[in-house]
Design a protein around this ligand. Structure first.
Ligand code: FAD
Ligand code: FES
Length: 251
């Protein structure tokens, strides 16, 4: 079994920043299958389409999700109560490819930061660069500190950490790392890819609109560069993680 849809019990639902919620769900069989950078497709009560949310962390019997309320589905999720049952299809997609004896730098922007925690936790001596619009949206700093990461915080308006962008911080530390894994808005990923080009390898995680999450509906099709030239690939199945040079950032 690579993935399955099963019932989970919501055991924690806590607001951790403005409009951002931290969920822990419990189930005995799916969490041990989760790999770094994969995602889940969550059934929202009363909605047909599931909502794709990255796996922020995993233990033997829990998955953690950190999500921002964007529309109706995530609003309903934010109002669910501990003890509620949730149907979740997981783990999905191809996540970050992490090798031993490499120093990784994880670069996250906004709600692109949560998918990096489980990955950083599973590498040695990780560097983590997190960026947010302002201090009210800063999340997961204590979690990254608790795993011993060399952690940097940047905000667009300077209200917390360094005044500037994650890419400014990354440029200064490029010679200390072997590879970059990034998740965040496309304009940020485009600059991360440019900073890394010709210097260090870079993987980017894309958050394309999705339907089924398993390669059956084509909602997530996206133009990418492949060995055989340009091709439409399904982000849910081929991705969500791509080599940064495979992605068209302006498409
Ligand atoms: C692989 C992946 C991982 C993600 N991980 C996270 C995460 O860890 N935390 C987080 O806050 N958000 C994450 N997102 C974005 C999240 O899926 C959307 O914000 C969410 O689906 C919005 O649903 P909604 O009902 O609140 O919004 P609405 O706009 O009402 O959604 C309507 C429909 O569009 C889809 N949709 C809308 N925006 C997106 C989007 N950006 N990506 C995919 N589908 C979308 C919804 O699933 C739904 O079917 C991820 C998206 C993908 C593809
Ligand atoms: S979401 Fe249906 S094919 Fe990718």
């Amino acid at each position: 079994m690579t993935y399955d849809s099963q019932l989970f019990k919501l055991i924690k639902n806590e607001q951790i920043a403005d409009g951002i919620f931290d969920w822990t769900v419990e189930n005995d069989t799916i969490p041990p299958l989760a790999k770094c950078g994969q995602f889940a497709n969550i059934k929202v009560p009363g909605r047909t389409l599931r909502r794709p949310i990255s796996i922020c962390d995993a233990t033997e019997n829990t998955l953690r999700f950190v999500f921002q309320v964007k529309g109706e589905g995530t609003r309903v999720m934010s109002e669910m109560k501990t003890g509620d049952e949730v149907e979740i299809l997981a783990p999905l997609g191809n996540g970050f490819k992490l090798e031993e004896n490499k120093r990784y730098c994880f670069v996250g922007g906004g709600i692109g930061v949560p998918p990096l925690l489980y990955s950083a936790k599973n590498t040695e001596n990780p560097m983590v660069i997190t960026g947010f619009r302002n201090k009210d949206l800063v999340i997961l700093q204590d979690d990254f500190k608790s795993i011993g990461a060399e952690l940097y915080l940047a905000t667009d308006d300077g209200s917390a950490g360094i005044h500037g962008f994650v890419t400014d911080v990354l440029s200064e530390h490029l010679d200390e790392i072997d590879e970059v894994c990034a998740c965040g808005p496309i304009p940020m990923l485009k600059v991360v890819a440019a900073v890394c080009r010709g210097k260090v390898k870079c993987q980017v995680s894309l958050e394309e609109r999705m339907g089924c999450g398993i390669g059956a509906c084509l909602v997530c099709a996206c133009k990418t560069k492949t060995e055989n030239g340009e091709a439409m690939t399904q982000v849910c199945r081929r991705g969500p993680v791509y080599d940064s040079e495979e992605v068209f950032y302006d498409a």
